[in-house]
Design a protein around this ligand. Structure first.
Ligand code: PEP
Ligand code: MG
Length: 539
Protein backbone atom coordinates (compact mmCIF):
# COMPACT_ATOMS: atom_id res chain seq x y z
CA UNK A 1 0.00 0.00 0.00
CA UNK A 2 1.38 3.44 -0.92
CA UNK A 3 -0.47 6.36 0.62
CA UNK A 4 0.02 9.99 -0.37
CA UNK A 5 -1.62 13.31 0.34
CA UNK A 6 -1.89 16.05 -2.24
CA UNK A 7 -4.01 19.15 -2.66
CA UNK A 8 -7.73 18.37 -2.94
CA UNK A 9 -9.23 19.86 -6.09
CA UNK A 10 -12.55 18.12 -6.48
CA UNK A 11 -14.36 15.99 -3.92
CA UNK A 12 -15.53 12.47 -4.69
CA UNK A 13 -14.40 8.88 -4.34
CA UNK A 14 -12.79 6.78 -7.03
CA UNK A 15 -11.50 3.24 -6.88
CA UNK A 16 -10.19 1.61 -10.01
CA UNK A 17 -7.18 0.76 -12.13
CA UNK A 18 -4.52 3.39 -12.68
CA UNK A 19 -3.76 4.66 -16.16
CA UNK A 20 -0.33 6.28 -16.19
CA UNK A 21 -0.30 8.97 -18.79
CA UNK A 22 3.35 9.22 -19.71
CA UNK A 23 4.32 11.92 -22.09
CA UNK A 24 7.21 11.65 -24.44
CA UNK A 25 8.79 15.03 -23.93
CA UNK A 26 9.56 15.89 -27.48
CA UNK A 27 12.96 17.48 -27.87
CA UNK A 28 12.59 20.06 -30.57
CA UNK A 29 16.06 20.44 -32.00
CA UNK A 30 17.42 23.45 -33.75
CA UNK A 31 17.17 23.16 -37.46
CA UNK A 32 18.29 25.83 -39.87
CA UNK A 33 15.96 26.98 -42.51
CA UNK A 34 16.70 28.16 -45.93
CA UNK A 35 13.56 30.10 -46.54
CA UNK A 36 12.37 32.44 -43.79
CA UNK A 37 9.08 33.28 -45.50
CA UNK A 38 8.34 29.61 -46.00
CA UNK A 39 8.76 28.92 -42.24
CA UNK A 40 6.64 31.91 -41.25
CA UNK A 41 3.93 30.63 -43.60
CA UNK A 42 4.10 27.20 -41.91
CA UNK A 43 3.69 28.82 -38.49
CA UNK A 44 0.73 30.82 -39.70
CA UNK A 45 -1.01 27.74 -41.06
CA UNK A 46 -0.29 25.74 -37.89
CA UNK A 47 -1.59 28.62 -35.77
CA UNK A 48 -4.84 28.71 -37.77
CA UNK A 49 -5.22 24.94 -37.44
CA UNK A 50 -4.56 25.16 -33.70
CA UNK A 51 -7.18 27.86 -33.31
CA UNK A 52 -9.74 25.64 -34.99
CA UNK A 53 -8.83 22.73 -32.72
CA UNK A 54 -9.07 24.95 -29.65
CA UNK A 55 -12.49 26.05 -30.88
CA UNK A 56 -13.51 22.38 -30.97
CA UNK A 57 -12.15 21.82 -27.46
CA UNK A 58 -14.04 24.91 -26.26
CA UNK A 59 -17.29 23.50 -27.67
CA UNK A 60 -16.58 20.16 -26.02
CA UNK A 61 -15.73 21.84 -22.75
CA UNK A 62 -18.95 23.86 -22.92
CA UNK A 63 -20.95 20.61 -22.93
CA UNK A 64 -18.90 18.85 -20.29
CA UNK A 65 -17.62 21.62 -18.05
CA UNK A 66 -19.87 24.60 -18.75
CA UNK A 67 -18.94 28.14 -19.69
CA UNK A 68 -16.03 28.38 -17.28
CA UNK A 69 -14.48 25.34 -18.94
CA UNK A 70 -15.05 26.70 -22.43
CA UNK A 71 -13.49 30.02 -21.45
CA UNK A 72 -10.18 28.27 -20.78
CA UNK A 73 -9.85 27.31 -24.43
CA UNK A 74 -11.15 30.66 -25.65
CA UNK A 75 -8.34 32.24 -23.60
CA UNK A 76 -5.83 29.84 -25.16
CA UNK A 77 -7.05 30.85 -28.59
CA UNK A 78 -6.34 34.44 -27.64
CA UNK A 79 -2.70 33.57 -26.93
CA UNK A 80 -2.47 32.59 -30.59
CA UNK A 81 -3.69 36.06 -31.54
CA UNK A 82 -1.27 37.82 -29.25
CA UNK A 83 1.04 39.99 -31.38
CA UNK A 84 3.87 39.82 -28.90
CA UNK A 85 3.73 36.02 -28.81
CA UNK A 86 3.60 35.69 -32.60
CA UNK A 87 6.35 38.28 -33.12
CA UNK A 88 8.59 36.40 -30.67
CA UNK A 89 8.22 33.32 -32.92
CA UNK A 90 8.76 35.17 -36.17
CA UNK A 91 11.73 36.99 -34.60
CA UNK A 92 13.45 33.68 -33.93
CA UNK A 93 12.84 32.49 -37.47
CA UNK A 94 14.23 35.70 -38.89
CA UNK A 95 17.06 36.26 -36.42
CA UNK A 96 18.23 32.69 -35.80
CA UNK A 97 17.20 31.30 -39.17
CA UNK A 98 15.39 28.69 -37.05
CA UNK A 99 12.89 26.17 -38.40
CA UNK A 100 9.24 26.81 -37.44
CA UNK A 101 9.07 23.99 -34.82
CA UNK A 102 12.14 25.21 -32.97
CA UNK A 103 11.05 28.85 -33.09
CA UNK A 104 7.61 28.07 -31.65
CA UNK A 105 9.00 25.81 -28.93
CA UNK A 106 11.67 28.29 -27.86
CA UNK A 107 9.55 31.42 -28.07
CA UNK A 108 6.68 29.64 -26.27
CA UNK A 109 8.97 28.50 -23.47
CA UNK A 110 10.46 31.97 -23.03
CA UNK A 111 6.97 33.48 -22.91
CA UNK A 112 5.74 30.85 -20.43
CA UNK A 113 8.88 31.38 -18.33
CA UNK A 114 7.89 35.00 -17.76
CA UNK A 115 4.57 33.92 -16.23
CA UNK A 116 6.10 31.03 -14.32
CA UNK A 117 8.30 33.52 -12.45
CA UNK A 118 5.41 35.69 -11.27
CA UNK A 119 4.59 35.97 -7.58
CA UNK A 120 0.85 35.50 -8.00
CA UNK A 121 -0.19 31.83 -8.10
CA UNK A 122 -2.95 32.63 -10.59
CA UNK A 123 -0.51 34.07 -13.16
CA UNK A 124 2.04 31.32 -12.49
CA UNK A 125 -0.62 28.80 -13.41
CA UNK A 126 -1.13 30.56 -16.78
CA UNK A 127 2.37 29.44 -17.85
CA UNK A 128 0.87 25.99 -18.34
CA UNK A 129 -1.61 27.40 -20.87
CA UNK A 130 1.15 29.00 -22.92
CA UNK A 131 3.13 25.75 -22.93
CA UNK A 132 -0.04 23.87 -23.87
CA UNK A 133 -0.76 26.17 -26.80
CA UNK A 134 2.83 26.19 -28.05
CA UNK A 135 2.93 22.42 -27.86
CA UNK A 136 -0.23 22.22 -29.93
CA UNK A 137 1.25 24.46 -32.63
CA UNK A 138 4.41 22.34 -32.74
CA UNK A 139 2.33 19.17 -33.04
CA UNK A 140 0.41 20.72 -35.89
CA UNK A 141 3.71 21.59 -37.56
CA UNK A 142 4.67 17.92 -37.16
CA UNK A 143 1.35 16.96 -38.74
CA UNK A 144 0.39 15.10 -35.56
CA UNK A 145 -2.04 17.24 -33.58
CA UNK A 146 -3.56 14.52 -31.36
CA UNK A 147 -1.42 13.87 -28.37
CA UNK A 148 -2.57 11.59 -25.67
CA UNK A 149 -3.28 7.97 -25.59
CA UNK A 150 -6.48 7.06 -23.86
CA UNK A 151 -7.39 4.54 -21.20
CA UNK A 152 -9.57 1.92 -22.86
CA UNK A 153 -11.63 1.25 -19.73
CA UNK A 154 -12.53 3.62 -16.87
CA UNK A 155 -9.38 4.44 -14.92
CA UNK A 156 -7.71 6.84 -12.53
CA UNK A 157 -5.50 8.96 -14.76
CA UNK A 158 -2.13 9.60 -13.11
CA UNK A 159 0.40 11.91 -14.68
CA UNK A 160 3.35 14.12 -13.87
CA UNK A 161 1.17 17.00 -15.00
CA UNK A 162 -1.77 17.49 -17.31
CA UNK A 163 -2.53 20.38 -19.57
CA UNK A 164 -6.11 21.55 -20.15
CA UNK A 165 -5.88 20.27 -23.73
CA UNK A 166 -4.78 16.82 -22.61
CA UNK A 167 -7.50 16.79 -20.00
CA UNK A 168 -10.20 17.71 -22.45
CA UNK A 169 -9.04 15.24 -25.08
CA UNK A 170 -9.55 12.36 -22.69
CA UNK A 171 -12.84 10.54 -23.00
CA UNK A 172 -14.90 11.80 -20.01
CA UNK A 173 -16.52 8.39 -19.59
CA UNK A 174 -13.13 6.74 -19.09
CA UNK A 175 -11.86 8.96 -16.28
CA UNK A 176 -12.60 7.98 -12.70
CA UNK A 177 -10.23 10.57 -11.21
CA UNK A 178 -7.18 12.71 -11.93
CA UNK A 179 -4.00 12.47 -9.92
CA UNK A 180 -1.05 14.67 -10.81
CA UNK A 181 2.34 15.16 -9.26
CA UNK A 182 2.51 18.77 -10.28
CA UNK A 183 -0.22 21.31 -10.76
CA UNK A 184 -1.91 23.82 -8.54
CA UNK A 185 -5.48 24.13 -7.42
CA UNK A 186 -5.61 27.29 -9.56
CA UNK A 187 -4.57 25.53 -12.74
CA UNK A 188 -6.97 25.28 -15.61
CA UNK A 189 -6.80 21.52 -15.41
CA UNK A 190 -8.00 21.79 -11.81
CA UNK A 191 -10.81 24.09 -12.91
CA UNK A 192 -11.84 21.63 -15.63
CA UNK A 193 -11.84 18.72 -13.17
CA UNK A 194 -14.02 20.73 -10.83
CA UNK A 195 -16.41 21.78 -13.54
CA UNK A 196 -16.71 18.21 -14.79
CA UNK A 197 -17.16 16.96 -11.22
CA UNK A 198 -14.31 14.46 -11.58
CA UNK A 199 -12.52 13.67 -8.29
CA UNK A 200 -9.04 15.17 -8.52
CA UNK A 201 -5.94 15.59 -6.40
CA UNK A 202 -2.88 17.58 -7.51
CA UNK A 203 0.57 17.96 -6.02
CA UNK A 204 0.74 14.27 -5.07
CA UNK A 205 4.38 13.52 -4.19
CA UNK A 206 4.59 10.13 -5.88
CA UNK A 207 7.36 9.07 -8.23
CA UNK A 208 5.48 8.20 -11.39
CA UNK A 209 8.13 5.60 -12.22
CA UNK A 210 6.75 3.54 -9.32
CA UNK A 211 3.33 3.51 -10.95
CA UNK A 212 2.16 1.09 -13.56
CA UNK A 213 -0.99 1.16 -15.59
CA UNK A 214 -3.39 -1.44 -14.27
CA UNK A 215 -2.40 -1.24 -10.61
CA UNK A 216 -5.28 -0.46 -8.24
CA UNK A 217 -5.77 2.89 -6.57
CA UNK A 218 -8.25 4.68 -4.35
CA UNK A 219 -8.73 8.45 -4.53
CA UNK A 220 -10.58 10.50 -1.95
CA UNK A 221 -10.89 13.88 -3.62
CA UNK A 222 -12.23 15.70 -0.59
CA UNK A 223 -9.30 14.75 1.62
CA UNK A 224 -6.66 14.88 -1.09
CA UNK A 225 -5.79 11.26 -0.30
CA UNK A 226 -4.45 8.82 -2.87
CA UNK A 227 -3.69 5.19 -2.06
CA UNK A 228 -1.99 2.97 -4.62
CA UNK A 229 -2.39 -0.77 -4.13
CA UNK A 230 -4.88 -0.43 -1.23
CA UNK A 231 -5.68 -3.41 0.99
CA UNK A 232 -8.87 -5.34 0.36
CA UNK A 233 -10.87 -3.59 3.09
CA UNK A 234 -10.08 -0.09 1.85
CA UNK A 235 -10.74 -1.11 -1.71
CA UNK A 236 -14.18 -2.56 -0.95
CA UNK A 237 -15.16 0.45 1.16
CA UNK A 238 -14.07 2.87 -1.58
CA UNK A 239 -15.95 0.87 -4.26
CA UNK A 240 -19.08 1.05 -2.12
CA UNK A 241 -18.75 4.79 -1.63
CA UNK A 242 -18.08 5.32 -5.31
CA UNK A 243 -21.19 3.35 -6.27
CA UNK A 244 -23.24 5.40 -3.79
CA UNK A 245 -21.94 8.66 -5.22
CA UNK A 246 -22.65 7.49 -8.74
CA UNK A 247 -26.23 6.72 -7.89
CA UNK A 248 -26.62 10.09 -6.22
CA UNK A 249 -25.22 11.90 -9.25
CA UNK A 250 -27.53 9.99 -11.56
CA UNK A 251 -30.46 10.96 -9.35
CA UNK A 252 -29.37 14.58 -9.40
CA UNK A 253 -29.18 14.58 -13.19
CA UNK A 254 -32.54 12.88 -13.46
CA UNK A 255 -34.52 14.69 -10.79
CA UNK A 256 -33.10 18.11 -9.98
CA UNK A 257 -35.74 20.78 -10.52
CA UNK A 258 -38.53 18.21 -10.92
CA UNK A 259 -41.74 18.40 -8.92
CA UNK A 260 -42.61 16.05 -6.06
CA UNK A 261 -45.79 14.89 -7.69
CA UNK A 262 -47.46 11.51 -7.97
CA UNK A 263 -48.78 10.12 -11.26
CA UNK A 264 -52.27 11.19 -10.30
CA UNK A 265 -51.09 14.72 -9.56
CA UNK A 266 -50.87 14.70 -5.75
CA UNK A 267 -48.09 17.00 -4.57
CA UNK A 268 -46.00 16.91 -1.43
CA UNK A 269 -43.29 19.24 -0.19
CA UNK A 270 -39.93 17.51 0.38
CA UNK A 271 -37.57 19.34 2.70
CA UNK A 272 -34.29 18.58 4.43
CA UNK A 273 -33.43 18.13 8.10
CA UNK A 274 -30.24 19.89 9.16
CA UNK A 275 -28.23 20.13 12.33
CA UNK A 276 -26.14 23.19 11.59
CA UNK A 277 -25.29 26.01 9.23
CA UNK A 278 -22.75 23.82 7.48
CA UNK A 279 -25.50 21.42 6.35
CA UNK A 280 -27.30 24.05 4.27
CA UNK A 281 -25.09 23.40 1.26
CA UNK A 282 -26.00 19.76 1.23
CA UNK A 283 -29.71 20.62 1.47
CA UNK A 284 -29.37 22.92 -1.54
CA UNK A 285 -27.18 20.51 -3.50
CA UNK A 286 -29.83 17.86 -3.07
CA UNK A 287 -32.51 20.26 -4.30
CA UNK A 288 -34.52 20.26 -1.08
CA UNK A 289 -37.66 22.41 -1.21
CA UNK A 290 -36.66 23.99 2.09
CA UNK A 291 -35.51 23.12 5.58
CA UNK A 292 -38.22 21.18 7.41
CA UNK A 293 -36.27 20.82 10.65
CA UNK A 294 -33.24 22.77 11.80
CA UNK A 295 -32.25 21.18 15.12
CA UNK A 296 -31.11 24.42 16.74
CA UNK A 297 -29.71 22.67 19.81
CA UNK A 298 -26.61 21.85 17.80
CA UNK A 299 -25.67 25.53 18.16
CA UNK A 300 -25.58 24.92 21.92
CA UNK A 301 -23.66 21.64 21.91
CA UNK A 302 -19.90 21.06 21.83
CA UNK A 303 -19.01 24.33 23.60
CA UNK A 304 -18.46 25.74 27.11
CA UNK A 305 -21.03 28.52 27.32
CA UNK A 306 -24.39 29.59 25.92
CA UNK A 307 -24.41 31.06 22.45
CA UNK A 308 -25.59 34.64 22.91
CA UNK A 309 -28.52 36.26 21.09
CA UNK A 310 -26.19 37.97 18.63
CA UNK A 311 -24.33 34.80 17.72
CA UNK A 312 -27.59 32.95 17.22
CA UNK A 313 -29.06 35.77 15.14
CA UNK A 314 -26.13 35.62 12.72
CA UNK A 315 -26.31 31.84 12.53
CA UNK A 316 -30.04 31.79 11.76
CA UNK A 317 -29.69 34.70 9.36
CA UNK A 318 -26.96 32.88 7.45
CA UNK A 319 -29.20 29.82 7.00
CA UNK A 320 -32.16 31.94 5.92
CA UNK A 321 -30.16 33.97 3.45
CA UNK A 322 -28.60 30.85 1.96
CA UNK A 323 -32.06 29.32 1.48
CA UNK A 324 -33.46 32.46 -0.17
CA UNK A 325 -37.20 32.22 -0.64
CA UNK A 326 -37.36 28.59 0.37
CA UNK A 327 -39.10 27.91 3.69
CA UNK A 328 -36.97 27.21 6.75
CA UNK A 329 -38.39 25.74 9.95
CA UNK A 330 -36.14 26.22 12.96
CA UNK A 331 -37.01 24.18 16.02
CA UNK A 332 -36.39 25.96 19.28
CA UNK A 333 -33.93 24.44 21.71
CA UNK A 334 -34.56 20.75 22.37
CA UNK A 335 -31.98 20.06 25.07
CA UNK A 336 -32.06 17.33 27.69
CA UNK A 337 -32.42 13.55 27.41
CA UNK A 338 -29.62 12.46 25.06
CA UNK A 339 -28.54 16.04 24.23
CA UNK A 340 -26.57 17.55 27.06
CA UNK A 341 -23.90 20.18 27.63
CA UNK A 342 -22.11 20.53 30.98
CA UNK A 343 -22.54 24.32 31.14
CA UNK A 344 -26.32 23.91 31.29
CA UNK A 345 -25.84 22.37 34.72
CA UNK A 346 -28.72 19.96 34.20
CA UNK A 347 -29.71 17.93 37.20
CA UNK A 348 -29.23 14.19 37.08
CA UNK A 349 -32.57 12.56 36.43
CA UNK A 350 -33.73 9.02 36.89
CA UNK A 351 -35.53 9.01 33.52
CA UNK A 352 -34.06 11.81 31.38
CA UNK A 353 -36.19 10.94 28.32
CA UNK A 354 -39.23 11.58 30.50
CA UNK A 355 -37.57 14.44 32.29
CA UNK A 356 -36.91 18.13 31.90
CA UNK A 357 -36.20 18.26 28.18
CA UNK A 358 -37.28 20.27 25.15
CA UNK A 359 -39.88 22.91 25.82
CA UNK A 360 -39.98 21.98 29.52
CA UNK A 361 -36.41 23.16 29.99
CA UNK A 362 -37.08 26.35 28.01
CA UNK A 363 -40.11 27.17 30.13
CA UNK A 364 -38.09 26.50 33.26
CA UNK A 365 -35.43 28.92 32.03
CA UNK A 366 -37.36 31.73 30.33
CA UNK A 367 -34.28 33.96 29.99
CA UNK A 368 -32.54 31.36 27.88
CA UNK A 369 -35.67 30.77 25.80
CA UNK A 370 -36.31 34.47 25.28
CA UNK A 371 -32.77 35.05 23.99
CA UNK A 372 -33.36 32.41 21.34
CA UNK A 373 -36.78 33.79 20.42
CA UNK A 374 -35.36 37.32 20.07
CA UNK A 375 -32.60 36.01 17.79
CA UNK A 376 -35.17 34.13 15.71
CA UNK A 377 -37.58 37.08 15.44
CA UNK A 378 -34.76 39.36 14.28
CA UNK A 379 -33.48 36.79 11.79
CA UNK A 380 -37.01 36.29 10.42
CA UNK A 381 -36.53 39.48 8.37
CA UNK A 382 -33.91 37.73 6.25
CA UNK A 383 -35.84 34.83 4.79
CA UNK A 384 -38.87 32.58 4.87
CA UNK A 385 -38.76 31.49 8.51
CA UNK A 386 -41.15 29.52 10.70
CA UNK A 387 -40.34 28.20 14.14
CA UNK A 388 -41.65 25.21 16.06
CA UNK A 389 -41.65 24.02 19.63
CA UNK A 390 -40.56 20.50 20.66
CA UNK A 391 -42.10 18.05 23.15
CA UNK A 392 -45.46 19.76 23.57
CA UNK A 393 -48.00 17.90 25.70
CA UNK A 394 -50.55 20.56 26.66
CA UNK A 395 -52.39 23.73 25.78
CA UNK A 396 -51.07 25.26 28.94
CA UNK A 397 -47.54 25.02 27.56
CA UNK A 398 -48.70 26.88 24.48
CA UNK A 399 -50.06 29.67 26.68
CA UNK A 400 -46.82 29.92 28.64
CA UNK A 401 -44.84 30.03 25.39
CA UNK A 402 -47.03 32.83 24.09
CA UNK A 403 -46.36 34.91 27.21
CA UNK A 404 -42.62 34.71 26.56
CA UNK A 405 -43.16 35.39 22.84
CA UNK A 406 -45.10 38.54 23.76
CA UNK A 407 -42.41 39.62 26.20
CA UNK A 408 -39.72 39.25 23.55
CA UNK A 409 -41.88 41.21 21.10
CA UNK A 410 -42.45 43.97 23.62
CA UNK A 411 -38.76 44.27 24.39
CA UNK A 412 -37.72 44.38 20.77
CA UNK A 413 -40.35 47.01 20.00
CA UNK A 414 -39.29 49.16 22.95
CA UNK A 415 -35.65 48.93 21.86
CA UNK A 416 -36.60 49.87 18.31
CA UNK A 417 -35.06 46.65 16.98
CA UNK A 418 -36.46 45.42 13.67
CA UNK A 419 -38.12 41.99 13.84
CA UNK A 420 -40.97 39.83 12.62
CA UNK A 421 -42.78 37.12 14.54
CA UNK A 422 -42.71 34.12 12.19
CA UNK A 423 -45.26 31.34 11.89
CA UNK A 424 -45.24 29.15 15.01
CA UNK A 425 -45.82 25.43 14.78
CA UNK A 426 -45.54 22.60 17.21
CA UNK A 427 -43.88 19.25 17.07
CA UNK A 428 -46.18 16.34 17.56
CA UNK A 429 -43.96 13.85 19.29
CA UNK A 430 -45.93 12.72 22.32
CA UNK A 431 -49.10 10.64 22.32
CA UNK A 432 -50.59 13.40 24.49
CA UNK A 433 -50.09 15.94 21.73
CA UNK A 434 -51.78 13.63 19.24
CA UNK A 435 -54.74 13.01 21.51
CA UNK A 436 -55.38 16.74 21.88
CA UNK A 437 -54.23 17.62 18.37
CA UNK A 438 -57.70 18.95 17.49
CA UNK A 439 -57.27 21.57 20.20
CA UNK A 440 -53.59 22.20 19.54
CA UNK A 441 -54.37 22.74 15.86
CA UNK A 442 -56.38 25.78 16.86
CA UNK A 443 -53.38 27.26 18.67
CA UNK A 444 -50.58 26.44 16.23
CA UNK A 445 -49.85 27.53 12.67
CA UNK A 446 -48.71 24.06 11.63
CA UNK A 447 -47.73 20.62 12.92
CA UNK A 448 -44.53 18.70 12.36
CA UNK A 449 -44.64 15.09 13.50
CA UNK A 450 -41.47 13.91 15.21
CA UNK A 451 -41.78 10.18 14.76
CA UNK A 452 -38.51 9.41 16.55
CA UNK A 453 -39.88 10.52 19.89
CA UNK A 454 -43.47 9.67 19.06
CA UNK A 455 -42.33 6.07 18.63
CA UNK A 456 -40.41 5.99 21.91
CA UNK A 457 -43.25 7.50 23.93
CA UNK A 458 -46.01 5.49 22.26
CA UNK A 459 -44.26 2.15 22.60
CA UNK A 460 -42.58 2.98 25.91
CA UNK A 461 -39.27 1.99 24.33
CA UNK A 462 -36.19 4.12 25.01
CA UNK A 463 -34.83 5.12 21.59
CA UNK A 464 -31.30 5.12 23.06
CA UNK A 465 -31.46 1.60 24.43
CA UNK A 466 -29.73 -0.74 22.01
CA UNK A 467 -31.09 -3.78 23.82
CA UNK A 468 -34.61 -2.76 22.87
CA UNK A 469 -33.79 -2.03 19.24
CA UNK A 470 -36.11 -4.78 18.05
CA UNK A 471 -39.00 -3.27 19.96
CA UNK A 472 -38.35 0.25 18.70
CA UNK A 473 -40.58 -0.01 15.66
CA UNK A 474 -41.68 3.31 14.14
CA UNK A 475 -43.89 1.36 11.71
CA UNK A 476 -45.93 0.01 14.61
CA UNK A 477 -49.62 0.29 13.88
CA UNK A 478 -50.11 2.41 16.99
CA UNK A 479 -47.63 4.99 15.69
CA UNK A 480 -49.17 5.03 12.23
CA UNK A 481 -52.67 5.50 13.68
CA UNK A 482 -51.43 8.41 15.78
CA UNK A 483 -49.86 10.02 12.73
CA UNK A 484 -53.12 9.68 10.84
CA UNK A 485 -55.04 11.22 13.70
CA UNK A 486 -52.69 14.21 13.92
CA UNK A 487 -52.94 14.76 10.15
CA UNK A 488 -56.73 14.63 10.21
CA UNK A 489 -56.96 17.07 13.10
CA UNK A 490 -54.51 19.50 11.54
CA UNK A 491 -56.49 19.48 8.30
CA UNK A 492 -59.79 19.89 10.12
CA UNK A 493 -58.52 23.33 11.12
CA UNK A 494 -56.84 24.08 7.81
CA UNK A 495 -53.31 23.67 9.17
CA UNK A 496 -50.40 22.14 7.29
CA UNK A 497 -48.79 19.03 8.68
CA UNK A 498 -45.42 17.50 7.98
CA UNK A 499 -43.36 14.58 9.21
CA UNK A 500 -39.78 15.34 10.18
CA UNK A 501 -38.78 12.19 12.11
CA UNK A 502 -36.71 9.48 10.43
CA UNK A 503 -39.87 7.69 9.36
CA UNK A 504 -40.48 10.39 6.72
CA UNK A 505 -37.65 8.80 4.73
CA UNK A 506 -39.11 5.29 4.92
CA UNK A 507 -39.87 4.72 1.25
CA UNK A 508 -42.15 1.79 2.03
CA UNK A 509 -44.48 4.16 3.86
CA UNK A 510 -44.50 6.97 1.30
CA UNK A 511 -47.75 5.79 -0.27
CA UNK A 512 -49.43 5.61 3.12
CA UNK A 513 -48.28 9.12 4.05
CA UNK A 514 -49.51 10.45 0.71
CA UNK A 515 -52.83 8.74 1.20
CA UNK A 516 -53.11 10.30 4.68
CA UNK A 517 -52.60 13.68 3.02
CA UNK A 518 -49.31 14.64 4.72
CA UNK A 519 -48.27 18.02 3.27
CA UNK A 520 -44.54 17.80 3.86
CA UNK A 521 -41.88 15.16 4.40
CA UNK A 522 -38.59 16.37 5.81
CA UNK A 523 -35.68 13.98 5.51
CA UNK A 524 -31.87 13.91 5.65
CA UNK A 525 -30.49 15.81 2.62
CA UNK A 526 -29.24 12.65 0.91
CA UNK A 527 -32.79 11.23 1.00
CA UNK A 528 -34.49 14.16 -0.74
CA UNK A 529 -34.04 12.84 -4.27
CA UNK A 530 -34.64 9.14 -3.55
CA UNK A 531 -37.89 10.24 -1.90
CA UNK A 532 -38.76 12.47 -4.86
CA UNK A 533 -38.26 9.50 -7.15
CA UNK A 534 -40.48 7.39 -4.91
CA UNK A 535 -43.24 10.03 -4.93
CA UNK A 536 -43.07 10.36 -8.72
CA UNK A 537 -43.45 6.59 -9.07
CA UNK A 538 -46.53 6.64 -6.86
CA UNK A 539 -50.03 6.45 -8.28
C1 PEP B 1 -38.29 13.37 16.38
O1 PEP B 1 -38.39 13.16 17.59
O2 PEP B 1 -38.82 12.68 15.50
C2 PEP B 1 -37.48 14.52 15.91
C3 PEP B 1 -37.47 14.87 14.66
O3 PEP B 1 -36.71 15.16 16.83
P1 PEP B 1 -35.33 14.59 17.41
O4 PEP B 1 -34.99 13.35 16.64
O5 PEP B 1 -34.34 15.67 17.27
O6 PEP B 1 -35.69 14.29 18.82
MG1 MG C 1 -37.82 14.67 19.01
Amino acid sequence: MMKYYGKPVQAGMAAGPVYVLKKERRQVKYGETGDVQDQIGRVQRAVEQSKEQLGDLARRALCQAGEEGAAIFAAQEMILEDEEYLEAIYGRIRGEKAAAEYAVAMAGEAFAGRFAGMADAFFRARAADIRDVSDLVVRNLDGNPKQSRQPQTPAIVAAQDLTPGETMELDREKILAFVTVQGSVHSHTAILARMMGIPAVVGVPVETDRLESGMRAVVDGSRGEVIFEPDAGLWEEARRRMAGERERKALLRELTGKENVTKSGRKVQICANIGGIEDVDSALENDAGGIGLFRSEFLYLGRDSFPGEEEQFWGYRQVLEAMGEKPVIIRTLDMGADKKAAYFGLEREENPALGCRGIRLCLERPGLFKAQLRALFRAALYGNLSIMYPMIISLEEMERIQKIVQEAQRELTQEGTAFRVPGQGIMIETPAAVMISDRLAQKADFFSIGTNDLTQYTLAVDRQNGKLADLYNPRHEAVLRLIRMAVENAHKYGKRVGICGELAADLELTDEFLEMGVDELSVPPAMVLPLRRRVRESE
